[in-house]
Structures are given as C-alpha cells and as structure tokens.
Ligand binder design. Structure first.
Ligand code: FAD
Length: 309
C-alpha cells in the first residue's frame, strides 16, 4: 500500500490537471494523475487553436500531447481510471477509482493533497434513448464525427458559437443541415450567422426544441416542437448536439458548489476542504479557456505544495 501514497493526486489530465502535475513534480512531490478517458481533455477535438499565446496554429491534440509528455518526462505518474469517490480521512484523502474492488488494494490511492481538475462534459438533450443512440447518429463533436455524414442530412442543435461552427463545418460535408435553436436569435457571433445564411443547404429551425429521437437501431429523424406546440419531423441521419457543457463535479458531494455545479473557489484554488484544491473549467470563474486552466493548474499545485509544508 505504501507505494500508493502520493503527495498530490490530480484528478483529470486536461490542461489544468497536467499543468498542476508539472508544477508539483518540479517541487519534488510524488504526483499521480488519474484520467478517466484519454489525456488532453475537451480541447483535443479542436483542430486549430488560435488564441494560445506563442502557438498561433496549434491543434488541440498536438498541444495536449506536448503538455502530457512534459508532465511524464518530469516524473508525474499518469494512470487511466475514472475516479468515483474521494474521502477525506484526515491526514490522507482516499481516492477510489472504477478499478476498486472491496477487499483489494486495486484502484485505491492515498494522497496528502488532491487537486480536482475534472473540467466539464457535454450537456445532453435529455431525450429518451439519447445514450443508446450516442454513436448511432447522436454526436457531441462535429469535427470528430462529421465525416461519417458525407452527403447525408443532419441536424445541429444549439445557439452558441459551437453550434454555429458545427453547422458551418457540416454544411460543407452533409447534404442538408437543419440548425435547431429554441430562440429566434443566436447567442453566438453574428458573423457566423451571416456566413450560415449564405449556405444554400442550411435551414434555420428557430423557436423550436427537440422532443423525440426517431429510429430504433440508428437515428432516422428528429421530432421538434415550436412555440405554438406544432410538431415537425426532420428526416436526418445524424444529430449534432451543441447545447453547452456541465461541470464534471457530481462525485464531489462534500464540496461547496454554485447553482451550476461549479466547485466554489477563488483565484487561490482552495476549496472548503483543507488539502483539496480545484483547477480549471470545473471551478467558479468568469473565463473558461486554456490559459486560465493552465494558470489555475500552476496556482493549485503551488498552494498544495505550501499546504504540504
Ligand atoms: C469545442 C471547444 C473548443 C474550444 N476552443 C478553445 C480555444 O480555441 N481556446 C481556448 O483557450 N479554449 C478553448 N476551449 C476551452 C478549453 O478547452 C477549456 O477551457 C480547457 O480545456 C479546460 O481544461 P480543464 O483541464 O479545466 O478541463 P478539461 O479539458 O475538460 O479536462 C478535464 C479532464 O478530466 C477528466 N475527468 C473528468 N472527470 C473525471 C473523473 N471522475 N476521473 C478521472 N478523470 C476525469 C476528463 O476526462 C478530462 O480529460 C474550447 C472548448 C471546446 C469544448
């Protein structure tokens, strides 16, 4: 069990978590990063990041592979397992992953400090069969899955920049793009809306919400309802959902959160529990971007190192 005791356990290998790991190992701490999916976090689906200082044309994958390699080469241990629970046991916090089985040491780690950097995940539509249909016509990433819908009709749901960019991208791939949005106006940038208006194969389906997924084994359509409660079925092979993100913080039941589920912390990244810090998109803050995620990672690790004394 001794070898499973760490000075710092970081949960999440996105920009915030990997930066925290870099700072903590450079302070000579024993560091483990636990990642539930693949390292890199939400940015890895983005082909072109234009606002990361010093790297004007980097892709999400290239940037995050580089940060990952840096953390690893400096000595951070990185394991792939989803964290299911964190228990505050005084001097140590126990971190339990999906690999944990009662009576064995597998999947249980002890840490003197924990840095939560779990980011956020896609908000779902909340429709029946949505989970079952994910990968069978429902997608949350147009740049990842758009290519599967060459010359086929698709719908994009949402009204922010992600939905608008998705619709633009898909307009060049799919035969037809329905852009479904619950309001009459978009939250996203006006220039994107103007660009979409020039695309002949894009149809705006406004003041309408999705109410039903059509199809048994794969998506065959999307039923939408407008403000007058009139229903219409859009015949589509794919539905791209871009209705925002939710913080991945459900498992942290003892931490103070705001009404949106974000873990409450100021710029020092301290939570309401001693020795537990939070960094990146899952924390209460105004700007959720790569630079603020890496800034948080550096701050949270430095605070953890001070806490360790
Ligand atoms: C489509 C899109 C485009 C964007 N474009 C830009 C851009 O151009 N410029 C920019 O600055 N920002 C951009 N952003 C925002 C940027 O990606 C985020 O601000 C940043 O990635 C946040 O990093 P993070 O480490 O806090 O969280 P994330 O990147 O979300 O990483 C969190 C990690 O934690 C893991 N995790 C979650 N729960 C658990 C658990 N229980 N156990 C183990 N692991 C867990 C996740 O799998 C994930 O790998 C974009 C975001 C999106 C969605």
């Amino acid at each position: 069990m001794q070898d499973k005791i760490y000075d710092v356990i970081v949960i999440g290998a996105g920009m915030a978590g990997l930066t925290a790991a870099i700072y903590a190992v450079r302070a000579n701490k024993k560091v483990l990063v636990l990642e539930g999916k693949t390292h890199g976090g939400q940015i890895i689906t983005t082909f072109h990041i234009a606002n990361y200082p010093g790297l004007p044309k980097v892709s999400g994958v290239d940037l995050m592979n580089s940060v990952y390699n840096q953390a690893k080469e400096l000595g951070a241990e990185i394991e792939y397992a989803e964290v299911m629970k964190v228990k505050d046991e005084g001097e140590f916090k126990s971190v339990i992953t999906e690999d944990f089985e009662d009576g064995s040491d597998e999947g249980k780690y002890l840490a003197r400090t924990v840095i939560i950097a779990t980011g956020s995940s896609e908000r779902k539509l909340g429709l029946e069969n949505e989970e079952k249909m994910t990968g069978r016509g429902i997608s949350y990433c147009a740049t990842c899955d758009g290519g599967f819908y060459k010359d086929k009709p698709v719908a994009v749901v949402g009204g922010g920049n992600t939905a608008l960019y998705d619709a633009l991208y898909l307009a060049d791939v799919a035969s037809k793009v329905y852009l479904v949005h619950r309001r009459n106006e978009f939250r996203g940038d006006a220039f994107l809306v103007d660009k979409l208006k020039t695309k002949e194969n894009v149809e705006f389906v406004l003041e309408s919400v999705p109410v039903k997924l059509i199809g048994e084994k794969k998506i065959e359509g999307l039923e939408v309802e407008n403000l007058s409660h009139e229903k219409r079925t859009l015949t589509v092979d794919g539905i791209f959902v871009a209705v925002g993100r939710v913080p991945a913080t459900e498992i942290f039941t003892k931490l103070k959160k705001d009404e949106g589920g974000y873990i409450e912390a100021g710029e020092d990244c301290h939570t309401n529990i001693d020795g537990v810090f939070v960094a990146g998109d899952c924390r209460t803050k105004n700007l959720r971007q790569l630079v603020t995620a890496s800034g948080d990672g550096a701050v949270a690790a430095t605070e953890a190192v001070h806490y360790l004394g």
